[in-house]
Write a protein that binds this ligand. Structure first.
Ligand SMILES: Cc1cc2nc3c(=O)[nH]c(=O)nc-3n(C[C@H](O)[C@H](O)[C@H](O)COP(=O)(O)O)c2cc1C
Length: 401
């Protein structure tokens, strides 16, 4: 019985049912309650930036070199001195444990098995030590200052001891973005103690019994195990929004964080060349051109479009990464052609996690890897290291033309 359930699960994410990331998205939609699926899928306000992130990849076109033999394509890249099997990193995705039992451990395990880095969100349900034990690959810890500096200091020490190799500090979250789908789905009410206000929203959970059974078996609504408030214990789910507002990170904090951590810092949430230069000035070793996947300030420019401005402003003084809107390996290639060293993906793997746990994350990574190889061969390019602007055309109205 168990074997057949496993078999069904595996089949549900294999070809011909799942060929691309959009198929994984649909599979996640089928398995998850609306409130959880929309938490992954949605963005801020009118979701303009969310759509624009994806659309920007459509606007860039390839200039292949045909009749070129590329027998084996080399996908390897080095990020912060660690060699990755491909230029892909799993971005921090908060509350992954709502998507699948022990979600962060499952995702980290899949990343490690694929030879790529996993970045663990501060807002995670699994203890960072357990996540480290679940992965044999490089790990980064994403820091929010929720809970204050003492709380941050203790998690920094824990992350060091557990072997996390870099701290990734997200700077575009001085307040949570206005995610309207979450409001409509009753996130606030579902988190409240008032049974009466929860009631109208509970049916969306009940109609997904297999998700619900696993969620309850995993302990139900998680606490944030890596935000341990002195004297109080792990932070409660309902306290996150207020805690984020109290903990906006500034450039001064970054200097303090740098001293406390002592290792490499990655700054995530760079939207302009000016902020990219500030990241260099505070001594960060890498930055992520990111708008949080369109979940924070709506109407900011898509990340791919501002990547050339950022690259031009910092040169090779810092490693430049990008995230936002990547759903295909060809999107990764376009970002690399425009100057990114590697990319991060959030939703692409979160859909896999929601669809089938660690196996779904592994499937997402495999889809992107085989896309990458095929795209390089079709471009007539033997390795990631050789990609540059000569392989793409950008629209005439993009900055830097
Ligand atoms: C469900 C979800 C939760 C996220 N949680 C966090 C988080 O806790 N910390 C963070 O820095 N970014 C978070 N992000 C943003 C991602 O790290 C990343 O910037 C974004 O997903 C990239 O866009 P993409 O989803 O189009 O790949 C989250 C994204 C999603 C989809």
């Amino acid at each position: 019985m168990f074997r057949s359930a496993q078999h069904d699960k595996a089949r549900s994410i294999e070809p011909p049912r799942v060929i691309n990331i959009e198929d994984l998205r649909r599979a996640a939609k089928r398995r998850l309650p609306r409130v959880v699926f929309d938490y992954i899928d949605g963005g801020a306000e009118d979701e303009r930036t969310l759509r624009a992130n994806c659309h920007a990849f459509e606007e860039v076109t390839f200039r292949p070199r045909c009749a070129v033999a590329t027998p084996a394509c080399d996908l390897r890249v080095s990020v912060l001195g660690r060699s990755l099997s491909m230029p892909l990193i799993l971005a921090p995705v908060g509350s992954s444990r709502l998507m699948y039992p022990r979600g962060e451990e499952a995702a980290a395990g899949a990343a490690g098995a694929a030879g790529i880095t996993y970045a663990l969100s501060t807002l995670s349900g699994c203890r960072l030590e357990d996540v480290a034990a679940a992965s044999k690959g490089p790990l980064w810890y994403q820091l929010y200052l929720v809970g204050g500096r003492d709380c941050a200091l203790s998690v920094i020490e824990r992350a060091k001891a557990a072997g996390f190799s870099a701290l990734i500090v997200t700077i575009d979250t001085p307040v949570a973005g206005m995610r309207e789908r979450d409001l409509r789905n009753g996130v606030k009410e579902l988190l409240s103690d008032n049974f009466g206000s929860k009631l109208p929203f509970v049916s969306q959970l009940l109609i997904k019994p297999s998700w619900l059974a696993r969620f309850l078996a995993d302990g139900g609504l998680m606490k944030f195990q890596n935000v341990v408030i002195p004297g109080k214990g792990p932070m409660l789910y309902a306290d996150v929004t207020a805690a984020l507002e109290d903990s906006a990170v500034t450039w001064d904090d970054l200097r303090w964080i740098q001293r406390a951590w002592g290792g490499p810092i990655v700054i995530k949430g760079i939207h302009t060349g000016d902020d990219a230069r500030r990241a260099v000035d505070v001594g960060a070793k890498a930055l992520v051109v990111s708008n949080h996947g369109g979940r924070q300030l709506d109407s900011v420019a898509p990340t791919l479009r501002i990547l050339p401005e950022v690259v031009a402003s910092v040169g090779d003084r810092i490693e430049v990464l990008l995230d936002g809107g990547i759903r295909r390996g060809s999107d990764i290639v376009k970002a690399l052609c425009l100057g990114a060293r590697a990319v991060m993906v959030g939703r692409a793997y979160a859909y896999g996690l929601g669809a089938a746990g660690g196996a779904g994350v592994a499937r997402a990574i495999e889809i992107l890897r085989s896309d990458l190889v095929r795209t390089l061969k079709l471009l007539g390019c033997a390795s990631i290291a050789e990609l540059d602007r000569s392989y793409v055309d950008t629209p005439a109205d993009w900055p830097g033309k």
